[in-house]
Design a protein around this ligand. Structure first.
Ligand SMILES: Cc1cc2nc3c(=O)[nH]c(=O)nc-3n(C[C@H](O)[C@H](O)[C@H](O)COP(=O)(O)O)c2cc1C
Ligand SMILES: Nc1ncnc2c1ncn2[C@@H]1O[C@H](COP(=O)(O)OP(=O)(O)OP(=O)(O)O)[C@@H](O)[C@H]1O
Length: 318
């Protein structure tokens, strides 16, 4: 798989067209690479196979909202850049054009976008969803793409992929995570939602409680699900373990933690894993975070959480 980064502000057209080859191109932001996105990308792969040319994806970074929206509200991703690339690669894409979304890129007219970012890349067929737009303020639509193409390429429009009559979208999946509906989010994604990060040192309080925790500092700007306690799967050094996690502010012990922490107590595990890159897969939200009156109360609750988690795993994971 070939990754080609394009930055309009620091490259001229010759530089990004030099690497071009004949392809079928799927276009979109693709945060999460969810079931709707997978339909678009699989269609591009099929069309490429039929034509005997490469299957390419054009995606953008950072998210347009980060460039055009309110900078006070940082964007959180279902798949930060590297994990999106991994997911696209796993689908069998041959090349990815990652276009930097900048103010100057956002001002291109639809015709300029088509000429400079589709035609000049030797694209023979475009695949995008029914609501894909391009050019300044999203002025170009799929209905108009044929006119802008002017017989230089063909295209397919993917109809709306839905769940319960509602479009599957990155925005909807982020909302499900904000409500703690991690199972629904994973269903819409088509794979279990995971956050990748490094195990960092906490305050070593968990050990005193009898529930040692791996404190996971999320890599990149992952969308962390709603605060509370979850049943989780945990991946470290190629192995999978189960456990329970708290996403939250630890109000029993800490005042005003600026960001929620992600702490995992693993069942049947007692190794030192500081510094390891791990993945936390959120399986089920089981309760809200609470402020307890002292150590005995929180210990009793953590004991009940472990029972709840083990029961849930027993009933749901085979
Ligand atoms: C499954 C689980 C549930 C937790 N629930 C709460 C909670 O409801 N309220 C709270 O203040 N802390 C909760 N915690 C966080 C503990 O307070 C935290 O693990 C402990 O303070 C250790 O922190 P440290 O790793 O920074 O030393 C929970 C931790 C785990 C693993
Ligand atoms: N449910 C869907 N059905 C069909 N096509 C889709 C669907 N979701 C996205 N697409 C298409 O996939 C490409 C990428 O879309 P985009 O990254 O805007 O995703 P999105 O899920 O619609 O995001 P957002 O929630 O930010 O609107 C576009 O071509 C879009 O039209």
């Amino acid at each position: 798989m070939k990754l080609i980064k394009i930055d309009l502000d620091h490259m001229n057209k010759q530089e990004w067209t030099r690497e071009a080859t004949r392809s079928v191109l799927a276009i979109g932001y693709f945060d999460g690479v969810h079931k709707g996105h997978q339909t678009v990308i699989k269609k591009a792969i099929n069309e490429a196979n039929v034509r005997g040319i490469e299957a390419a994806v054009m995606t953008f970074f950072p998210h347009p909202k980060e460039v055009l929206g309110n900078p006070e509200v940082p964007m959180r991703y279902l798949t930060p850049f590297d994990s999106k690339i991994e997911r696209l690669k796993a689908l069998g894409v041959d090349r990815i054009y990652a276009v930097r979304f900048t103010p100057s890129f956002s001002k291109l007219t639809p015709q300029q976008f088509v000429d400079d970012f589709i035609v000049s890349l030797q694209v023979e067929h475009v695949v995008a969803g029914f609501d894909f737009t391009y050019g300044v303020k999203g002025a170009g639509t799929m209905e108009q793409l044929g006119a802008y193409a002017n017989e230089r390429f063909t295209y397919s429009t993917i109809q709306k992929v839905t769940d319960e009559d509602e479009k599957i979208s990155s925005t909807r999946i982020r909302q499900e995570l904000e409500e703690g509906n991690v199972q629904k989010a994973s269903f819409l994604l088509g794979y279990p939602y995971k956050v990748k990060g490094e195990v960092i040192h906490g305050d070593a309080r968990g050990r005193l409680l009898g529930f040692p925790t791996a404190n996971v500092s999320a890599a990149d700007r992952y969308h962390i699900p709603k605060t509370g306690v979850y049943v989780v799967a945990f991946y470290v050094k190629g192995n999978k373990y189960n456990g329970m996690a708290n996403v939250g502010y630890k109000p029993t012990f800490v005042d005003n933690l600026p960001e929620p922490s992600v702490e995992v107590n693993l069942f049947h595990f007692a190794e030192d894993i500081y510094g390891e890159i791990v993945e936390v897969e959120f399986l089920k939200w089981i309760r809200a975070e609470q402020k307890f009156n002292g150590i005995d109360e929180i210990k009793a609750q953590l004991t009940r959480d472990k029972e709840t988690s083990l029961r849930w795993l027993e009933e749901n994971i085979h």
